[in-house]
Design a protein around this ligand. Structure first.
Ligand code: BJW
Length: 250
């Protein structure tokens, strides 16, 4: 039985010409990848962000940062998309203009065969050098916490191709995300605490442009002012919504 709010969002989806999905770490939780801010299992329950996810942290202790990302790369490579990712792929097969703006670096939307994915915080599967941003190839078979490669062009150490605190987001990705927020009829904000800027402000941007904004999250603390809240994990809530919007597609 669907709640009135779920019915309202399903109806808005059915009528929508353009949908934007803003995803965060929570959508990959059911694929076994930890979120950042879960008090028990999140990365930041064990590490401080400033010790690992900033350029200063890398300068201070590159080996520690490299080891952490090496473990996370291995986990991301082993992870499989879950029903939440797959529901978004299905949505893309029904609505022609669906843009996925993800803060995630794990590549699971792409593994679920989604297209039009904007990686706002980069990709953990990309590597470049710290000093000069030269692109570096990292062979998964040689990717080991004990081997921190240096750039063949300039000798500087490898770093993951992600966006750390205090770094600018990729300009084009941010511009496309802002357009996707401005232009959508419905925005689904899935699995994000909405703390990290500028991604966090995309929901209110969509709202102020007249979109229906629905937050999908098991934690009611993530309610966004003005958006509607659908309480539950993405892996069950998203398939329910799509099935409710398009019962014939079940
Ligand atoms: C489920 C679920 C299930 C669980 N189903 N849900 C303006 C004001 C204030 C500060 C700033 C500002 N502008 C910039 C800043 C500074 C900073 C910032 O925002 N700081 C905040 C902490 C306040 N931002 C930046 O530095 C950004 N750069 C920038 O803006 O440049 C210009 C500038 C620089 C300096 C000053 C001013 C301007 C860059 C941000 C980069 C973020 N990087 C990280 C690491 C990426 C690499 C990596 O993966 O290691 O990105 S931090 C981390 O947080 C990661 C995530 O993408 C990001 C967001 O986290 P997310 O995805 O929301 O995860 P969680 O864990 O927070 O939430 C998970 C949610 O899922 C929870 O709600 C759960 O309940 C839910 N969940 N299971 C659905 N099954």
């Amino acid at each position: 039985m669907l709640s009135d709010t779920e019915m309202h969002v399903a109806q808005a989806l059915r009528q929508a010409k353009r949908v934007t999905v803003l995803s965060g770490a929570g959508i990959s939780a059911e694929s076994g990848l930890p979120t950042f801010r879960d008090p028990l299992t999140g990365y930041w329950s064990k590490f401080r962000p400033e010790d690992l996810a900033t350029p200063i942290a890398f300068r201070r202790n590159p080996e520690l940062v490299w080891r952490w990302y090496c473990e996370r790369r291995a986990a991301a490579r082993a992870a499989k998309p879950n029903p939440g990712h797959l529901a978004i792929t299905k949505l893309q097969s029904i609505v022609p203009a669906v843009t996925i703006v993800t803060q995630n670096v794990d590549g699971l939307h792409q593994s679920a065969s989604s297209t039009n994915v904007i990686e706002l915080h980069g990709s953990i599967h990309a590597t470049r050098c710290f000093d000069r941003d030269h692109v570096m190839e990292l062979n998964p078979e040689e990717d080991s916490p004990d081997r921190h490669p240096a750039c063949p062009l300039c000798g500087s150490l490898a770093r993951p191709g992600v966006v750390w605190f205090g770094e600018m987001l990729p300009e084009e990705a941010l511009a496309r995300s802002i357009s996707a927020a401005n232009e959508c009829d419905v925005m689904l904000v899935v699995g994000t605490s909405g703390i990290v800027q500028p991604a966090a402000s995309l929901g209110s941007r969509a709202l102020s442009h007249g979109a229906v904004v629905a937050v999908v999250n098991p934690d009611p603390r993530s309610v966004m002012t003005g958006g509607v809240f659908l309480e539950g994990p993405a892996g069950s809530m998203l398939p329910r919504l799509i099935d409710a919007a398009w019962p014939d597609s079940k």
